[in-house]
Design a protein. Structure first.
Length: 158
């Protein structure tokens, strides 16, 4: 059996005391943290703040959704006059004199593509300018003439 000396006992007692002090401090800090967290979570101020945040989000969300939808719609639906379209097309190709018979914005590109190979490069939102002897497909977004067609001839301009 091991003999315990006075110095060993003092060392053991010091470690027990320091462990007890640490555990007492740890317990008191833990209890303080629990009480603080409990008081914060149960406080009416926190509940009011959370309610306000939720109500604010519920009010803000529809307005932001409308703003985003309108912004996207306006960006896709560029309003431009017939004369402005003709001026832009005239920069890229020679147009006949006089007014065109029609300036039409393409709504359904897929059905046009099925009708005639002239419309292969067309997209919804492009413009078709029709004269008696000439047809022009114009891409307003890229400011580019996609194709021109004389009476019997198709010429792609890319």
């Amino acid at each position: 059996m091991k003999k315990t000396t006075l110095s060993n006992r003092v060392t053991i007692n010091k470690s027990i005391v320091s462990q007890t002090k640490r555990s007492t401090v740890y317990k008191s800090v833990t209890n303080l943290a629990k009480r603080s967290l409990r008081s914060i979570l149960l406080s009416s101020t926190l509940h009011k703040g959370v309610r306000l945040a939720i109500i604010g989000a519920l009010i803000f969300a529809p307005f932001y959704g409308a703003y985003a939808y309108i912004g996207k719609t306006v960006a896709n639906e560029v309003v431009i006059s017939k004369s402005q379209i003709l001026e832009r097309v005239a920069v890229h190709t020679t147009l006949p004199t006089g007014n065109p018979e029609a300036v039409v914005r393409v709504q359904d590109a897929e059905s046009l593509k099925r009708q005639n190979s002239f419309y292969n490069d067309i997209k919804s939102g492009d413009y078709i300018i029709m004269y008696k002897s000439l047809a022009v497909i114009y891409d307003l977004r890229n400011d580019q003439v996609l194709a021109t067609k004389n009476i019997n001839e198709v010429v792609s301009v890319r």
